[in-house]
Write a protein that binds this ligand. Sequence first.
Ligand code: P6P
Length: 340
Amino acid sequence: VQEELPSTDIITLTRHVLMDQFRIGAAATGDLTLLLNAIQMTSKFIATNVRKARLINLVGLAGETNVQGEEQKKLDVLSNDIMINSLRASGKTAVLVSEELEEAVIIEDKHKGKYCVVFDPLDGSSNIDAGVNIGTIFGIYQIQPGSKGTISDVLRPGSEMVAAGYTMYGSSANLVLSTGDGVNGYTLDAALGEFILTHPNIRIPSRGKIYSFNEGNSVYYHKPVINYLNSIKYPANGKSPYSARYIGSMVADVHRTLLYGGIFGYPDDKKSKKGKLRLLYEAFPMSYLTEQAGGLATTGRQRVLDIVPTNIHERCPIFLGSKDDVNDLIKAYQDADKEE
Ligand code: P6P
């Protein structure tokens, strides 16, 4: 029996992005590839530390000392530090926005480049003690023509991003990325230290059978959301109801939605007036990826990627997923608004 020979036509993320850039004829200076290499490195570093944390319980709170007696940094602080340092050192960035930092980082001239990166270094980290998948989410803008790189370069609609992605840390590290021409998934081969193309051209099904909401907030939900959820939990004309799947880690819930279809939602409600998720480095990147995979992302009344941010940490309501499912949600808002 012919033994399974390892593939010798391995497509690494770096090679695939370069092929993509040349194929779409981008002004391939290689800058975006080098920036994405810096992001890959941070994902490998974070993956290693998340895995270690699970093994030797490094997840303690900042301020404690770990088994080596070193000053213990919380994983999300560690993840933020490696991203800031690596993105600065790449020489390709001008403005950085992190969920962990109150203010944007404006890169000093000698390290300045033409990209702005907005990111949540370790989203869902409150779940890490339970071994739930968590992740890094990032979005990339190019600075505006003539700009030296200021906060106005990131207070722009998500539709102006040139790339977005996430790395999910679970049994393996999965990096899902779009540079504006579809979505591809890569899995870290720790032995090679490379992200390998494993999910080429991810397309979200036009309709799914899963809804992903934290229904613990139902008592606060507004009418359109209540009506929509009832329509899939108690369907008319004998259709079978949808299944509920909610992990409580955005990267994991969105990853499943991209692959299996359905709808993920974190609505605004009577308790959270603008919802909970952050616009710039959670909603924008995930909406960008969803649209690039053939899905939709809305606040219920507006395309998420059309929103113009007013501050770097603002929140927004978000529903994303299969286009037929999200269109049903949008119709629930239109019907409810008509009744007003
Ligand atoms: P809730 C994790 O804390 C997070 O920021 C996202 O990853 C996740 O989608 C959401 O919050 C979960 O929020 O209120 O359902 O626990």
